[in-house]
Design a protein around this ligand. Structure first.
Ligand code: AMP
Length: 186
């Protein structure tokens, strides 16, 4: 009879991983002058991916979130396993026009022009504790807009967590008075 083997089903545990070794710098992507932090080497390694999720999970547990709000698209990769481990709701924040139900929208400044994110208006109920998750915080505009979306729905942003903070861009300032955690800081 075929059954799930505990040997193969057991999660990776214990060993620390040097996550910085799994993040690739790609100069001049997507535009000249930006050094893109590519997390795909980390996602390719089950040990590194699992360790990274564990680091995010440890932070999230201290915040006792009801919901994890994730930012399209790389935030989803991190937030989905995280929400399952925490027993929290997974809430997607998406680019405009992608969500099918009634939405609210927040715009934010890019280097050139503006961008926007949306969430469903029933995605969070008033008073819920929320942790927002993304892969990278750069200027903080994306996470700042997401914070406003959560607060407009009556959610309480208990914290924000990312794999990577580009501290020299000072995104913390844009994010304002909210607890920001990053696994790696550059
Ligand atoms: P920002 O709004 O400037 O904080 O930008 C954050 C968003 O853009 C995140 O969703 C990131 O995935 C992406 N991003 C910005 N800068 C970088 C970078 N240097 N490397 C990788 N992703 C980045």
């Amino acid at each position: 009879m075929h059954s799930a083997s505990s040997a193969t089903a057991a999660p990776f545990r214990g060993a620390r991983v040097d996550l910085a070794a799994y993040i690739r710098d790609v100069p001049n992507f997507p535009i000249e002058g930006v050094i893109f932090k590519d997390i795909t080497p980390l996602l390719r390694s089950p040990e590194a991916f699992n360790f990274a999720i564990g680091q995010l999970e440890a932070y999230c547990r201290t915040k006792r979130p009801d919901a994890i709000v994730a930012i399209e698209a790389r935030g989803y990769i991190l937030a989905a396993p995280l929400a399952l481990r925490l027993g929290a709701a997974f809430v997607p924040a998406r680019k405009p026009g992608k969500l099918p139900w009634k939405t609210i929208r927040e715009e934010y400044q890019l280097e050139y022009g503006v961008a926007a994110l949306e969430v469903h208006e029933d995605a969070i109920t008033p008073g819920q504790r929320v942790v927002i998750v993304d892969d990278v915080i750069a200027t903080g505009g994306t996470l700042g807009a997401t914070r406003r979306l959560v607060e407009r729905l009556g959610g309480r942003v208990a914290g924000v967590t990312c794999l990577v903070e580009l501290a020299f861009l000072n995104g913390r300032r844009v994010l304002g008075d909210v607890d920001l955690h990053a696994v790696l800081t550059y």
